[in-house]
Structure formats: structure tokens, C-alpha cells
Design a protein around this ligand. Structure first.
Ligand code: 3H9
Length: 699
């Protein structure tokens, strides 16, 4: 794992542990031994620690975190890292870190303990621990402020964003930036001209202004105070940093170790690790041999509404030439204008060059004549979610395209089996369900039927990866994964409204639970008409879901579709997305409530959350029972990526596992007695045992 080479007095220690040079405890022990050996090697005057061209290292090996079962394990882990890096810093010979590619977390902490740092152009530096819900545990909270000062250090530690090599040079994180191919020559030259043995832990120049330190810490504390209480890492980071600058380096290290243990013990952190793992698992799809697959080079998209336009933008940005068809020229115009505006926005933010934006747009051909799609290898249907409209579009696509081309529907709820009825080559129909806004949302459900040849499903999965999306394979059934859970949840929110709960407390409860927005704000954004339409599809397939959400139906009948009409459950001023109380909706709600059973006392936030979340949980267990996805964790990944549910909840199945499945079954049984069969627990809950073992600190 550590390659040891001596060349003309220079000892080069190269981390060699593909794919990302993760620093396992075993690698750390080897590194420690190699530094000791170099320290006493008479042929070595100085030491260079380096890695690969694309990864110096991704930081501590997350596989070791899986084996961290108790607080004592976590303490030991942090202490081992801290001691190894202290020993490195104390080495009698100059140690220089020659960095390229990604330098993240524990790897940056390793570099901080070296006496000098140089970086290849294009390398990236970051402390992503906070995103995993932990504070760094290898001295980062202490050495970083001493090297770059508090404002820059707090920025890196608290937000977990990466910075480029030029930015790292500017803040003093590295001493020099050079071309990647000159990294070792530059190291040699620097060690020959100025072989420093600067210990970062002894530096005080960047942290000696006490009033400035207090101001930086106070400002950071006020920002952190607004963050979610479940995630304690920002607070433990601040405690460790404050202790380090106000007390001593060693006291700071102890606070860092304690914070690391506290974070590791929280459910939120365990769930963040679970989602990290689950995401990687979901990417592992058993694909048949690629040679049996059709190639997808040319793509056509039918329908330039909101979804079609987003899909087109995602494709052309990912270097795929696209023919976009819409029978309505105005829709094409609107779609292109939207894409242009979005690209212009990225240019203005400095994220894209003018030339690249032009290149992206050049890949788009607009068509009002279907025959222009003739040569497409893949046709994506993105028309209105209506069976008849979709069927006629699919049959037109079949007429134009060759029998070999794949046809994918962006159906969000309608079963592929129903869409395939009447097709000449129904086996070539699959689903590619993008999420709105399709150019940004990472999730794509790749839907296959019993009759789908495996090569076609494999081709679409690979294609979705090629365009930078996270595909999840799903068996065909109405609503697929995300909408199968989301629509019943939104409908349940309307039933709570009918029973007397106001919209605001319902929305607040779900934001508190971990959604970016509450159900009514969401549905106002997506369109109440969409809810009514998609619920009808799900009700057809699953009659126990109950009748239509009457308040939503009446709002739609009276033209209150949500943000797009300025009025839905909430009211919106022209040009504003800020929800305001809506007297019209209040009137409709009052009408529907008449004669309905209402709650005797106001529902608490906990009761609202239980009712809405357990509705999703029950549906999730039906999905698992029906075997619609490969693993329970795929469904959790789909919910986190597709709905923006906070990763600290771990997703819906993990949340149920955390509650305890015995408890979930008991509560569902009680709710089904009260609310109806949509809550009746299914077979999978008859013999409750954890579907998802807890990797950390199992209770
Ligand atoms: C830390 O450092 C704590 C310290 O303070 C010390 C505490 C005591 N460990 O994402 P990719 C695997 S916390 C183990 O597909 P990319 C990944 O699972 C750590 N494995 O590639 C995958 O394996 P597989 C802080 C890791 O190019 C393979 O590498 N560091 C780790 O799109 C390729 O990954 C982070 O949070 C790891 N640390 O992205 C960084 N990282 O093929 C987390 C990756 O078997 N990692 N793997 O599925 C990342 O952000 C991205 O993986 C990275 C590469 C940007 C590095």
C-alpha cells in the first residue's frame, strides 16, 4: 500500500491503494512504519509523501468506520490517526506532501502534518467530514486554523466544500502550485533550496489576534445555531476549534476526539453513512455483457413541456446530440428559451464558458416534423401523463423509428404494460423516469417489464450513468418507486386537512421531519392537477388507497392549480413563490369539512408526522414485498435523491427500521383500525426483523 523509493537522497513514499487511496488503519500503520524507516535511512535526506494523479487520497477509509462499534472504538480510531500524524510532524527530516487530484478529509489532515505542501494544478482540497455528520478526527480542527487562519479554516470545516489549487495557494494551505507532471521535480527543487521542518502545530501567527478569533467564532456560532439539532458535527467542530485556539493544541485534539465519538454515536450520522453506502450499492448493477447491447448515440425527445425540456438539457449537457420534437412550435420555442436562460445563468455564475454553452446548444435540433427522429437509437417520450396521449405518441414513434430503436417513456405513474398495449414491438418499451427539474435531479428510475430483454435494460442503465445520473432499476408497477410512496403521502396530507388540521402545521411538521418543503408547498409547486391525475392511476391499481382527495379535486375544478395559477392550497403574489394564506382554498376546505369527522383535539406535530410518514412506510413495505427494486436500500436512495428527503433520516425503510419494526406494525394496525385498509400492515411486517442492520453502535 506504500511504495518506498529512494532516489538521490530523496525518499518518495507513494500511497498506492486503488481506487482512491483511502487511508485504512492498515495503510496508516504502513505509512507510519515507512516514515520511521525513512527517518533512520542514511540514504534519505528528505521525505516526499505523494499519491496518484487523480487521488492523493479520499481520506480515512470508510470501511473502517463500519467496524467502529463502540465509543471506545471511535476514540481509539481518532487517537491512532492523531498520534500517527504527530509522529510524522516530529520526523527529524523534512517531510513534504506532493499533492495531486482529490485531497480530502484525513488525507488533507495528513498533508497538514507535513512540513511543506505543494500541489498539482487541478488538485482539489476539502474537509467533507461535516457532510458525513462527523467532525474531523485526525487533527484537522487544530492544524487547519494554525495554517490558514480561522475564517478560511471554519469555511472549509463547517461547509465541507472543496477548493481548487489556486485558492489553496491563496489562503496558504499549500506553498506552491505546479503542473502535475512537474510535481516530483518541484518537490526535489524545493527540498534542495529550502528544506524546512515547520511544524504546523507550533505555528501561532495566524491565530494570535484574539479579538479577531472571537469575532470569527461568534459569527460561525450564530450560523451554526440555525442548523438542525440532529446533526451535531458543526457544533463539535466549533468546540474543538475554540478549545484549540483559546486553550492549547493538545486540549483541542482531545476535544476533537471527544466530538468525533459524540458524532459517531448519533442516529443522524449513522444514517448519513448508511446513505453513503447505499448510494454506492445502488450503483452496483449486475449488467449483462455490454456486447449484447444496442449502442445509444442519437436520441430523440418527444414533447417539450417542463419534463421534456429538462431531459433535453440534461442530455445535451452530457454531450448527447438530441432531436427535440413537439407538434407545437411555441412549445419548442419556450423550451429552447428556458434552456438558453439556464445556460446563460451558469455562464453568469462563472460555472460555464460562453464557448461551452454554445457547444451544448449546438447539439440540439428542433423538429416539428416527426420524420426528423428517424435515425434515433433511443426515443424518449415526455408528453402529458395521460394514457391515450402517451399511447398515440408511442405508436407515432414506432411508425417513424426502426424496429431496433429503444423507446422509453418518462411515465411517472402509468404502467408500461398499459402503454405497451397496441404497440407493434412492445418488448422495446421501457421507462426512463426523470425527476423535475430533470437537468438537476440525479435520480432516474429505469423501469423494465417481465418481457423486457435484459440487454435493453442494461443499455438504458448504462446510458443513464453516461449522462451523469444515478439510475435505479425498477420493475414495472404503477407509480414505480418514488411516486408510489409520495402520492399516497400527499393525499394523506389532504385527508388531514379534511379532518380539521390546518395546512401550515402539516407543512411545518414535514420540514421538521427532514423534507425540504412541506406537502402543500410541494404540491402547489408541482401542480394540484398532477396530484389528482396521478392519484387516479394509483387508485386504479391499488383500490385500498381510498377515494380521491376531495379538497384537491375541488381546487382543480375551480382552476386553483397551485403556483402556476397563483392560487392552490396557498396564494402566491405575481412573480413570488412565497406561500400566503389563501381565502379561496380556506372556503373550499371549510365546505368539504362539513359533515366530516374531525379530530376532537388539535393534532400534535408528532401525530401529524406519524400519520404521514407511516403512510409512506406502509407503501414502502408493499414495494419491497412486490420485489420492485433490488435491495431495500435502493428504495431509500430513491427517496433521498428523488424527493430531497434529508439523508440523516436514512430514507423511509431505514427510518422504519430505526423506529423498530414491531412498533411500526403495532402503530400501522392501530391506524388501519382508525383510518382504513391503506394502513393495514402487509406480510413483510408479519415477522418483523430488521431489514437493515445498524452498522454503528448497534443497540
Ligand atoms: C475522514 O477522512 C475522517 C478523518 O477525519 C479521520 C477520522 C479519524 N473510504 O465515489 P466513487 C470508494 S472521513 C473508502 O464512485 P468518484 C467508493 O465507495 C472521509 N472508500 O468515485 C467507490 O468504491 P466502489 C472523508 C471510498 O471518482 C470508489 O471508492 N472523505 C472512500 O465519483 C470510487 O468512489 C470523504 O468523505 C473512502 N473515504 O468520487 C470522501 N471514498 O467502487 C468520500 C470513496 O467499491 N468520497 N471510496 O463502490 C467521495 O467523495 C468520492 O468517492 C470521491 C471520488 C470524490 C473521492
Amino acid at each position: 500500500m506504500i511504495d518506498y523509493q529512494i532516489d538521490d537522497g530523496l525518499c518518495v513514499l507513494r500511497l498506492d491503494s486503488p481506487p482512491v487511496n483511502a487511508i485504512s488503519l492498515a495503510l496508516l500503520a504502513e505509512l507510519r512504519a515507512a516514515v520511521r524507516r525513512a527517518g533512520s535511512d542514511p540514504q534519505a535526506r528528505a521525505i516526499v509523501i505523494t499519491g496518484g494523479p487523480s487521488h492523493f487520497s479520499a481520506g480515512a477509509d470508510l470501511a473502517d468506520f463500519r467496524a467502529t462499534r463502540t465509543a471506545a472504538d471511535a476514540q481509539r480510531m481518532a487517537r491512532t490517526f492523531q498520534e500517527a500524524f504527530a509522529e510524522l510532524e516530529d520526523c527529524e527530516k523534512p517531510v513534504l506532501a506532493a499533492l495531486a487530484g482529490k485531497v480530502l478529509g484525513g488525507a488533507l489532515e495528513l498533508a497538514l502534518a507535513c512540513h511543506q505542501r505543494i500541489a498539482a494544478e487541478g488538485s482539489q482540497f476539502g474537509m467533507p467530514e461535516v457532510k458525513l455528520g462527523i467532525n474531523p478526527g485526525a487533527g484537522g480542527t487544530q492544524r487547519l486554523p494554525r495554517l490558514v487562519g480561522l475564517p478560511a479554516a471554519l469555511g472549509l470545516l463547517l461547509w465541507g466544500q472543496s477548493i481548487s489549487a489556486p485558492s489553496a495557494l491563496k489562503i496558504g494551505l499549500v506553498d506552491r502550485v505546479c503542473p502535475g507532471e512537474a510535481l516530483l521535480d518541484t518537490a526535489r527543487e524545493l527540498l534542495a533550496s529550502s528544506p524546512l521542518r515547520r511544524k504546523t502545530r507550533e505555528r501561532t501567527d495566524m491565530i494570535q489576534d484574539r479579538p479577531a478569533n472571537s469575532a470569527s467564532l461568534a459569527q460561525a456560532e450564530s450560523t451554526v445555531a440555525a442548523s438542525r439539532p440532529e446533526i451535531i458535527a458543526p457544533r463539535t467542530i466549533l468546540t474543538a476549534v475554540r478549545t484549540g485556539v483559546e486553550d492549547s493544541f493538545d486540549a483541542g485534539l482531545a476535544a476533537e476526539r471527544d466530538g468525533f465519538c459524540q458524532c459517531m454515536a448519533t442516529r443522524a450520522t449513522q444514517n448519513k453513512f448508511y446513505v453513503f453506502e447505499a448510494l454506492r450499492q445502488a450503483a452496483k448493477i449486475d449488467l449483462p455483457d455490454a456486447t449484447a447491447e444496442p449502442t445509444i448515440a442519437r436520441v430523440a425527445v418527444i414533447g417539450m413541456g417542463t419534463m421534456g425540456t429538462g431531459i433535453v438539457q440534461a442530455l445535451i449537457t452530457a454531450a448527447i446530440p438530441v432531436v427535440a420534437f413537439d407538434e407545437n412550435p411555441a412549445a419548442l420555442e419556450r423550451g429552447v428559451a428556458k434552456i438558453r436562460a439556464s445556460l446563460a445563468g451558469r455562464v453568469a455564475q462563472g460555472k460555464l464558458s460562453d464557448a461551452r454553452a454554445a457547444e451544448i446548444l449546438d447539439r440540439l435540433t428542433l423538429a416539428t416534423d416527426l420524420r426528423q427522429m428517424a435515425g434515433a437509437d433511443l426515443v424518449i417520450e415526455a408528453v402529458f401523463e395521460d394514457l391515450a396521449v402517451k399511447r398515440s405518441t408511442l405508436s407515432l414513434a414506432e411508425e417513424i423509428c426502426s424496429a431496433e430503436s429503444i423507446i422509453a417513456s418518462n411515465t411517472s405513474t402509468i404502467s408500461l404494460d398499459r402503454l405497451a398495449e397496441g404497440m407493434r414491438h412492445p418488448q422495446r418499451l421501457l421507462g426512463l423516469h426523470f425527476f423535475n427539474p430533470a437537468q438537476h435531479m440525479p435520480l432516474v428510475e429505469v423501469i423494465h417489464r417481465e418481457a423486457t430483454p435484459p440487454g435493453l435494460a442494461a443499455a438504458l442503465l448504462r446510458f443513464a450513468k453516461r449522462i451523469g445520473k444515478k439510475p435505479i432499476p425498477v420493475k414495472n408497477r404503477e407509480g414505480f418507486l418514488v411516486n408510489r410512496l409520495l402520492i399516497p403521502y400527499l393525499k394523506e396530507a389532504f385527508w388531514l386537512l379534511e379532518a380539521g388540521v390546518e395546512p401550515e402545521p402539516i407543512d411545518r411538521a414535514m420540514v421538521q421531519f427532514g423534507f425540504a418543503m412541506g406537502p402543500f408547498v410541494l404540491i402547489d409547486m408541482a401542480g394540484l392537477d398532477i396530484l389528482v391525475l396521478t392519484d387516479a392511476v394509483l387508485r386504479g391499481a391499488f383500490p385500498h388507497h381510498g377515494g380521491p382527495p376531495e379538497i384537491a379535486v375541488r381546487l382543480v375544478q375551480q382552476g386553483h392549480l397551485g403556483q402556476k395559477t397563483g392560487s392552490g392550497v396557498y396564494r402566491y403574489e405575481k412573480g413570488s413563490h412565497q406561500p400566503q394564506p389563501n381565502p379561496v382554498a380556506a372556503g373550499i376546505i371549510a365546505e368539504v369539512r362539513q359533515g366530516r369527522r374531525s379530530f376532537a383535539s388539535p393534532m400534535s406535530e408528532g401525530e401529524i408526522t406519524e400519520r404521514l410518514v407511516l403512510r409512506m412506510v406502509n407503501e414502502a413495505f408493499s414495494v419491497l414485498e412486490e420485489g420492485l427494486c433490488q435491495r431495500p436500500s435502493d428504495l431509500d436512495v430513491a427517496m433521498v435523491l428523488g424527493t430531497g428527503l434529508a439523508d440523516f433520516r436514512g430514507g423511509v425503510v431505514k427510518y422504519a427500521s430505526d423506529l423498530g419494526l414491531e412498533h411500526v406494525r403495532a402503530r400501522l394496525t392501530a391506524l388501519s383500525a382508525d383510518c382504513g385498509p391503506r394502513y393495514a400492515p402487509g406480510k413483510l411486517l408479519e415477522n418483523p426483523q430488521s431489514l437493515i442492520p445498524n452498522p454503528f453502535f448497534p443497540s
